[in-house]
Design a protein around this ligand. Structure first.
Ligand code: SF4
Ligand code: SF4
Length: 371
């Protein structure tokens, strides 16, 4: 049987439009009743990277979460919403993110419990939130964005947010390169296996996402499937890529955790071809990571490619220092400074910087290639 993926056009974040699109994708998959058992305990996991406003489109839009809550209420009142934003470990900081992103207001309005990921359960030595044990299933609700290290942050990458805040830095440190880190992400996906993934792809982030350095692009889509690998394969197609160009998709597909062949999918609702952006801007870093490891190392050694702080934009918030897994960021005259000899180009600092103050100086090699 073919893997079902449902698509619904959604042009903007008006509540009626989003409700209609979420209902449509669920109906196309056979209804929420066919996926979630009555009275089960459901954890809804958005992507709440940082304390940005919904209109910045860096986080899953609260209207998408609200539409999903409304749909899930038809089968169960036991609904929980939570994330471990960015690399933040403390409840008080997570609370700031819940407030700014509009998720707290949605949960209050819908009478749903907002939860904090501050206690871990070890699964194969990975410290994941203990809410995984308290709930029967997860609804994964990523935001469609580019990512410097993994090219795409979608269904599989969103589950990294189930790792407790401070441990994310440690995991990054232990898996420095793209392929190693992607394997780690797929390990987490293999442990968690969400019951359903619904993507907020109404307005996506292209270019140097997933944070404030990326740019918004109207992709006008809500999509859903019980197969997260298939979801990421569709997102890659929308980006004008092949599904296996995304390292997490390639790894998950090789482990037979889901479908990556579009021809083996039953695409329901809309025509996928209408959503493909052949000029979708990829993150500059993803081009570097296409190089084989030895060449990548050589490129770094020759300092052909560097992360850089734009001093006039730096607001001295120190988030980049806290997040850097190798301690490559320091402060000089009240502004962040990156030591390129230490930097492993993981892009975490760029991801977390709220002021577009971290950029990538393109390598000579990429300039020659015209990338
Ligand atoms: S570079 Fe960005 S994250 Fe780092 S201190 Fe400056 S504003 Fe904050
Ligand atoms: S400076 Fe930024 S890109 Fe470099 S290792 Fe630290 S967090 Fe990663």
């Amino acid at each position: 049987m073919k893997t079902k993926v449902a698509l619904a056009r959604c042009r903007e974040y008006g509540s009626e439009e989003v409700d209609r699109a979420v209902e449509k994708v669920l109906d196309l998959l056979g209804g929420i009743q066919s996926i979630i058992k009555p009275n089960s305990r459901v954890l809804i996991k958005p992507n709440l990277l940082t304390d940005s406003l919904p209109e910045e489109c860096i986080t899953t839009h609260p209207r998408v979460i609200e539409a999903i809550i409304r749909a899930v209420k038809k089968v169960t009142p036991n609904i929980y919403v939570g994330d471990s934003p960015g690399y933040i470990g403390q409840r008080i900081e997570a609370d700031k993110v819940y407030e700014a992103t509009g998720i707290k207001e949605v949960c209050r309005r819908q009478g749903v419990k907002l939860v904090y990921f501050d206690k871990a359960v070890l699964k194969k030595n990975i410290p994941l939130t203990d809410w995984l044990e308290s709930c029967d299933c997860i609804i994964n609700v990523p935001k469609f964005k580019t990512h410097g290290l993994t090219t795409l942050t979608g269904a599989i990458k969103n589950l990294f947010g189930l790792v407790l805040g401070a441990h994310k830095v440690k995991l990054h440190k232990e898996h420095l390169y793209r392929d190693d880190f992607s394997k780690q992400l797929v390990d987490i996906f293999g442990l968690v296996k969400p019951a359903l993934t619904i993507v907020d792809a109404v307005i996506a982030i292209e270019g140097d996402g997933p944070g404030s350095s990326g740019t918004r692009i109207d992709t006008e889509l809500i999509l859903a499937s019980q197969d997260a690998v298939a979801v990421d394969s569709i997102l890659a197609t929308v980006m004008g890529l092949f599904p296996l160009d995304i390292p997490t998709t390639k790894e998950a597909f090789s482990r037979k955790l889901g479908e990556a062949n579009i021809e083996n999918m039953e695409i329901l609702g809309e025509n996928l071809g209408e959503f493909i952006h052949s000029d979708f801007k990829l993150p500059k870093m993803s081009l570097v990571y296409c190089m084989p490891k030895p060449l990548f190392k050589l490129a770094r050694k020759l300092t052909l490619h560097k992360m850089q702080v734009i001093r006039k934009q730096c607001q001295s918030c120190r988030r980049c220092i806290e997040i850097c897994p190798v301690g490559a960021v320091s402060f000089k005259k009240d502004k962040a400074l990156i030591n390129s000899k230490e930097c492993i180009l993981c892009a975490c600092c760029q991801e977390i910087c709220p002021h577009k103050a971290i950029t990538i100086r393109r390598s000579l090699l990429l300039k020659i290639l015209g990338a």
